[in-house]
Design a binder for this molecule. Structure first.
Ligand SMILES: [Zn+2]
Length: 883
């Protein structure tokens, strides 16, 4: 076989990438009235410097969507950018003394080069990097919008404190044992005044609008709903009594979803941080209470509320009056009650809440049952609380009411008697955006002793990150240590003032980047209202399930808040969401040592053994990661097979939402498939077939068919049926619920049919098949399709690529007439057992089918000349002959 007759992606892919880029093929078109816009978006990556297979899968999926929409005549926006602030750059600065900005820019350049090799149709003119001043200037501007709207505020919150390095640590810098990543010190909790965004103002809208997101996976909508966590219940007030049991003026408000159980409350629990703890603790309990508060202050919220951890608490000595029955019950503090959730106080009902039950058992608090299962009067809990609804007992005037009615009746009584009211409660809490780190977007405010918090005037934005900073990893954040940057004069009164030294959570930067792409060059605003309303909401968003909650929720919040500021006119940012599955690599693990073994060190994959000890290894598929040596480098795959093969494999191996197991043999399989197409088209070109002479050949065939399509040969008929079946099936697979894997299967079927029938078909029909094959292939294997398009005369080398490229063609429409089959298979059963099948005319009626079945060789063989006693005909499917 000569060199020129082999598929050589390496020789051509880079050339096409360059040619497309020079021709501006992926530039975002200007939208004119009447244009149909389509916005295809991948979640932008953190520029670590290394592209991994998870990225590749994400971006290839989005790219196919973008390419198909272009072929369908939509004006497509398909941008890419960088989520470029964050801890790794700062850690690199501390560990290796590199400049975080230069380090990040280098990584961006190297990842962009890796992305280019994939043949993605990205418009790089709209690239954004959140760490560049021309982007974060607008992040700051948007923060000031939130501040002006009353949606940004400061309050005390807990941070991780490294007592050796005297520095605040991010959660990621604290290891599993609660120690600092750098000093190894046991991390403490400290209170700092920090910035929050009032996402809770939008809790109800964020919940309600989930119903409108029909293009999102159900799973993600459920996760968001649970995160927002709306519950309806009551706020009930317990009056604090003095040492003699007389009411004081002080009341403790608790939130409960079970007001029907109030008669069973045997204690009240406050969060250790509750403002009343200090005032209410009696002298004899002071030491124990202080010790307990100190202990809890060192625990994280997760540790305090984890289901499997025992709950701890102490009484504070004071008592309250249960408003329902007048009983005096003790006040406790416990670790599992959080100060900033609900009212920071709960009533303990051990008989009907499992956590309270365990707590009461541990501290020997009374358990009073007040609900029994309907239709039963027995004691319904053995070792556990009865947490279901039921009927009330020991509840005075409410006895006998079912739980549902009792909730309403007791809440109504509480309201009438002024000891409570109905209340809707959300689990969602305000968003803490302050970070005591350097490599982030500076919060653009100035603190003045006379004027308080003063926003940096808009014309002084951006507040640039200073670059001449020392990174020691010790002491206050590098920004706070830079006196020349911190000390400024107040924009209001001119007196000496101090800059805010906190930077923003990087989720702030990623909550609006998709808006910026619509108008990335705008120097006067983050985006114009016109551009953002023209392009958004995003038609198809693609990214990992790990962002199901925070990123998507924050982005939805931003969109709603900015809508209310009049900056845009839609309610939700992402119409459709696809969460792609993971890419898993083959993984070897020694079950005894727990060590992972690199596949390269496994001599015989059919009998994998530890190269040192010879022990048999466990083999399984797991998410690719460095620590498990199971990663596959995209660059190596592209080098060996080309980008088109990598794309085809990723799309074919699994449906997009499912996990994908990397399998080299299947990669080879896709490579061979592309090679077959290359040969098929090459052979046709050698026979002299040219699309140039058959411009509009689909129309020509259509008119030929109209003039007497009946004289198509059997081969031609089969060929046309295969072509139009592929068009119809692939079009369906690429609509809405994407089934790229079955679309690739359809391409394989089409190429098989073409291998059988192409040569035996007349030129007109062969050209129709070739032209459609290449267009259908183009979104999946863009380089090969473009290459063969040129080879087959779909364009001449002199034509302007922008208009003559295969990627500038029109997606085909299936000809329904070609799909009609003349014959269909009919299954023949004898006494219910399948014995064979016949090809029968597709329009045959019941009587004809019966006759054909009885006359068949199958009937002759199995009935041995006897007439059947019964014949069952299911038209279009089968005939059952019962002897
Ligand atoms: Zn001032």
């Amino acid at each position: 076989m000569s060199e020129s007759s082999r598929y050589q992606p390496k020789a051509t892919e880079a050339d096409w990438q360059r040619a497309w880029s020079e021709a501006g093929l992926h530039a975002t078109p200007e939208l004119k009235p009447g244009d149909q816009a389509f916005y295809a978006l991948s979640m932008f990556p953190y520029p670590s410097g290394n592209l991994h297979m998870g990225h590749v899968r994400n971006y290839v999926i989005t790219d196919v969507v973008a390419r198909v929409q272009r072929l369908r005549g939509r004006k497509v926006l398909h941008p890419m950018g960088w989520d470029a602030f964050g801890l790794p750059a700062e850690n690199a600065a501390i560990e290796r003394g590199v400049d975080p900005g230069a380090w990040t820019d280098q990584n961006i350049a190297s990842m962009r080069a890796q992305l280019d090799q994939l043949g993605l149709s990205i418009d790089w003119n709209r690239e954004v990097a959140t760490c560049h001043a021309d982007y974060y200037r607008w992040t700051q501007w948007l923060f000031l919008q939130f501040l002006e709207a009353g949606l940004a505020y400061q309050k005390d919150a807990t941070v991780n404190w490294d007592p050796i390095d005297q520095t605040v640590l991010a959660n990621e810098q604290v290891d599993g044992e609660g120690r600092s990543w750098r000093s190894g010190a046991l991390v403490e909790k400290r209170k700092l005044r920090q910035w929050f965004l009032k996402i809770t103002d939008y809790a109800q809208q964020l919940l309600d609008d989930l119903d409108t997101l029909e293009g999102w996976p159900e799973r993600v909508r459920t996760m968001q709903a649970n995160w927002i966590g709306r519950s309806t219940g009551a706020e009930l007030q317990f009056t604090v009594v003095d040492g003699d049991g007389n009411d004081t003026a002080e009341r403790i408000t608790v939130f409960t979803t079970r007001p029907d159980t109030i008669f069973g409350a045997s204690y009240v629990v406050l969060a250790p941080e509750h403002p009343l703890v200090g005032a209410l603790t009696t002298t004899d309990h002071q030491i124990a209470v202080e010790a307990f508060c100190d202990l809890v202050s060192r625990q994280s919220e997760q540790e305090r509320t984890a289901e499997d951890k025992p709950k701890r608490g102490v009484p504070i000595g004071a008592r309250v009056r249960n408003p329902a029955n007048g009983e005096l019950i003790p006040i406790w503090i416990a670790d599992y009650v959080l100060a900033d959730y609900g009212t920071g106080a709960v009533m303990g009902v051990p008989a009907h809440d499992q956590r309270d039950f365990l707590f009461a058992r541990q501290y020997e608090l009374p358990v009073q049952q007040v609900i029994i299962p309907e239709g039963s009067d027995e004691h319904a809990f053995e070792g556990g609380a009865w947490t279901e609804a039921g009927v009330l007992i020991h509840s005075g005037r409410f006895d006998g009411l079912p739980s549902g009615e009792a909730k309403q009746a007791i809440t109504a009584a509480a309201e009438a008697e002024d000891w409570g009211r109905e209340k809707v409660q959300f689990r969602l809490r305000d968003w803490l955006i302050s970070r005591q780190r350097y490599w982030g977007c500076p919060i653009p405010v100035i603190h003045c002793d006379s004027c308080g918090v003063v926003p940096v005037p808009a014309d002084q934005l951006p507040v640039e990150l200073p670059r001449d900073v020392a990174f020691s990893g010790k002491g206050a954040s590098p920004l706070a240590q830079l006196e020349s940057w911190v000390n400024v004069s107040c924009p209001c009164c001119g007196k000496p003032a101090r800059r805010e030294t906190d930077t923003m959570d990087t989720f702030m930067c990623s909550s609006w980047y998709y808006l910026r792409y619509s108008d990335a060059g705008n120097m006067d605003l983050p985006f114009s209202k016109e551009a953002v309303n023209n392009w958004l909401p995003v038609d198809q968003y693609v990214g990992g399930i790990e962002h199901a909650i925070l990123h998507l929720l924050y982005s939805r919040f931003f969109t709603k808040a900015l809508r209310d500021r009049g900056l845009l006119s839609f309610d939700e940012p992402f119409t459709r969401l696809l969460t792609q599955g993971m890419v898993q690599g083959i993984t070897y693990k020694n079950p005894h040592t727990g060590k992972y073994i690199a596949p390269a060190d496994v001599a015989d994959p059919t009998d994998p053994r530890d190269p040192v000890s010879g022990e048999v290894l466990e083999t399984f598929y797991e998410k690719m990661s460095k620590s498990k040596y199971n990663g596959v480098d995209p660059a190596r795959v592209i080098e060996r097979y080309g980008a088109d093969t990598a794309r085809m494999f990723i799309l074919f191996k699994a449906p997009p939402e499912k996990d994908l197991e990397w399998d080299e043999a299947d990669v080879e399989g896709q490579y061979r498939f592309l090679q077959r197409i290359w040969r098929l088209v090459g052979a046709a070109a050698e026979r002299g077939l040219s699309l140039a002479e058959q411009a509009g050949c689909a129309d020509a065939v259509a008119s030929a068919l109209a003039a007497g399509g009946a004289d198509l040969t059997e081969s031609e008929r089969e060929l046309r049926r295969a072509v139009h079946t592929a068009i119809s099936e692939i079009s369906e697979d690429l609509d809405g619920d994407y089934q790229f894997n079955t679309a690739v299967s359809e391409l394989m079927k089409l190429s098989n049919a073409m291998a059988l029938h192409l040569e035996a078909s007349r030129q007109l029909l062969a050209c129709e098949a070739l032209r459609n094959l290449l267009i259908l292939l183009a979104p999946f294997a863009p380089h090969l399709a473009e290459d063969l398009w040129l080879k087959l005369g779909g364009r001449s080398a002199d034509d302007a690529l922008a208009s003559s490229s295969i990627h500038a063609q029109v997606w085909p429409v299936a000809d329904a007439a070609a799909l009609v089959r003349d014959t269909v298979p009919l299954v023949i059963q004898i006494k219910g057992k399948v014995r064979g099948s016949l090809e029968v005319p597709a329009d045959a009626d019941k009587a004809t089918l019966e006759t054909l079945a009885l006359e068949s060789e199958i009937a002759a063989k199995w009935l041995e000349g006897k007439a059947p006693s019964r014949v069952i005909v299911v038209p279009g499917k089968l005939v059952n002959l019962v002897p």
